[in-house]
Design a protein around this ligand. Structure first.
Ligand code: B12
Ligand code: SF4
Length: 478
């Protein structure tokens, strides 16, 4: 069969946003090709960045008419569209409705994180089937038998006038059985050219790798378990090293970005993997942009990480308020744990970027001040301060809906409104303890204070920051 896989365009406040290779579609394409089908991967996020009138965000990627034209040229028998983020649902729905109009006989299948947690909305908007969760196996089965025959689980589709949803009952147990993502189906060098600059120097070639799936923890704002489950499944170090080998030798990658949900949940596997990297790839650097669990780090492991090329870690500190951290976020973490790990990283020479979330239910100005003071005390090398977003499929969403904390329009369930990236950029929770405008003002002030503090302690960074607008204006460094 001729299968066309589409990754939708994205929106970002940064026109130079690094565009990552869509790993999920890469895994899927490899599995489908191996089953004898002809696959094309059309990445709609590879393209120009365009600022749109009256919008705060830049549109990054191909326009919808361009995507439709390319799709028609491919003459596919099945189209698959990936919806990993809620923020890409709106544009995905626009694309698939146009495709349905132009090619009404071609079945459209959706998958990815948002599709998994909200399949009904997609069925209402023109999708023929949604494959829920991991889909390397189910997509191959679907292409063979459709939704009805066989033993397909993890699917949502229309059946005899109503929607039928069969949840995914099994995950792939041996991840080494999976083929490496089909990076050869795309101009992979283009991603590498646009990959630096986020948490690592611009100009370095960064490629993402997932070395394990699943996370046993239960953070209330997280939906990762809806696709990958709570059971930690890991690839063998040899299997991961073979993929890194391909990235280093075939694609000349400088940096590996591990995007695992929980890279070091199995300590011995982590040790074997890092020792393998140290022995085989002397110049390779690696980072953890998705965050790495503070709970699963110790001094010896951190020292080994540094020796094996780890240059920076992103740590999910989340909050400096013990109540918010433990009772509201259910992080099973103490701020003290974070400070200790931060010190071990400093000792080892690993830079630390910190993630924080403000505005969870129960958050007050006082608790946010505790978080800000905590963050400043950590003397971080970089920071991401996020406003809590109640994504579907999370405990946070259910709690806010139950308690009436959700923004009224967001709660109404209008799919296009709910998934508008402009909307998702703003606070969507209002509680008796904290007003939205106070939350936004605090976030801005926190960001400024962090930057002032950071620049005061780092003279070189101060000079670079001062030169940046001049360099940008002159067009150097591009
Ligand atoms: C890597 C990653 C990123 C990377 C890059 C992702 C990419 N390639 O585009 C970066 C750093 C850019 C990123 C950014 C963000 N991320 Co992120 N990210 C992830 C992470 C850790 C892993 C995704 C991944 O590669 N998984 C591995 C592959 C194998 O799995 P997969 O993509 O799900 O694909 C499988 C299935 O879903 C399915 N599938 C996928 N596509 C399709 C298509 C079809 C047709 C079918 C049938 C099946 C199918 O089959 C695949 C193979 O099994 C996930 C957590 C997670 N575990 O999902 C969060 C996650 C997806 N991110 C999340 C969020 C919130 C964000 C940000 C909004 C964070 C922020 N505040 O800035 C931004 C938004 C980016 C944007 N502008 O749109 C949330 C999403 C919540 C939501 N509903 O939107 C997640 C779930 C994390 C969480 N803790 O909740 N992210
Ligand atoms: S540790 Fe990370 S992946 Fe695991 S539940 Fe918490 S946020 Fe999700």
């Amino acid at each position: 069969m001729k299968v066309l896989l589409i990754n939708p365009p994205l929106k970002s406040s940064n026109p130079d946003e690094p565009v990552p290779f869509p790993l999920g579609l890469g895994y899927l394409a490899a599995a489908v090709r191996d089953a004898g089908h002809q696959v094309t991967l059309l990445d709609g996020s590879l393209g120009l960045s365009v600022s749109e009138p009256h919008e705060e965000l830049f549109y990054i990627g191909l326009s919808i008419p361009e995507i439709v034209t390319r799709a028609i040229q491919e003459e596919p028998e099945v189209i698959g569209i990936s919806i990993p983020f809620t923020s890409r649902l709106k544009v995905s729905v626009e694309i698939l409705q146009r495709l349905k109009k132009t090619m009404p006989d071609v079945p459209i299948v959706a998958g990815g994180m948002h599709a998994t947690v909200d399949p009904e909305a997609l069925l209402d908007n023109g999708v023929d089937a949604v494959l829920l969760g991991e889909a390397e196996r189910s997509f191959v089965k679907y292409l063979h038998d459709g939704c009805i025959k066989g033993d397909l689980t993890g699917v949502a589709h229309h059946w005899e006038g109503s929607k039928q949803i069969r949840i995914q009952t099994d995950h792939i147990t041996d991840l080494d059985e999976l083929l490496f993502p089909a990076r050869d189906l795309v101009p992979f060098e283009t991603y590498l050219k646009r990959s630096g600059g986020r948490w690592i120097r611009q100009g370095l070639k960064v490629a993402s790798v997932i070395s394990s799936r699943g996370c046993p923890y239960r953070c209330t704002f997280c939906s990762a378990f809806r696709v990958a489950g709570r059971k930690y499944r890991k690839r063998s170090p040899e299997n991961v090293l073979a993929e890194i080998d391909e990235l280093v030798h075939r694609y000349k990658t400088d940096v590996i970005a591990f995007e695992d949900d929980n890279l070091t949940a199995d300590r011995q596997r982590a040790v074997d993997l890092f020792e393998g990297i140290m022995e085989r790839f002397h110049k390779l650097q690696w980072i953890t942009p998705n965050g790495i669990s503070i709970k699963n780090l110790d001094r010896d492991l951190i020292q080994l990480m540094r020796r094996s090329g780890c240059r920076s870690v992103n740590l999910a500190f989340e909050s400096g308020d013990p109540h918010i951290l433990q009772e509201v976020m259910k992080k099973n973490l103490d701020p003290e744990d974070g400070s200790r790990v931060r010190n071990w990283c400093r000792e080892a020479g690993i830079a630390v970027n910190g993630y924080f979330v403000l505005g969870m239910p129960g958050e007050t100005i006082d608790s946010m001040e505790r978080t800000r003071d905590y963050a400043l005390s950590l003397d971080l090398d970089g920071i991401g301060i996020f406003i809590a977003t109640p994504f579907r499929g999370t405990e946070l969403y259910d709690l806010c809906q139950r308690e009436g904390y959700l923004d009224a329009e967001y709660a109404r369930g209008d799919v296009l409104f709910q998934s508008d990236p402009e909307v998702l950029h703003k606070p969507l929770i209002e509680t008796p303890w904290l007003k939205k405008q106070d939350l936004v003002a605090f976030q801005t002030q926190f960001d400024t204070e962090f930057m002032d503090n950071f620049l005061a302690k780092r003279p070189m960074a101060r000079i670079k920051n001062w030169l940046r607008p001049i360099v940008q204006k002159a067009g150097w460094g591009k």
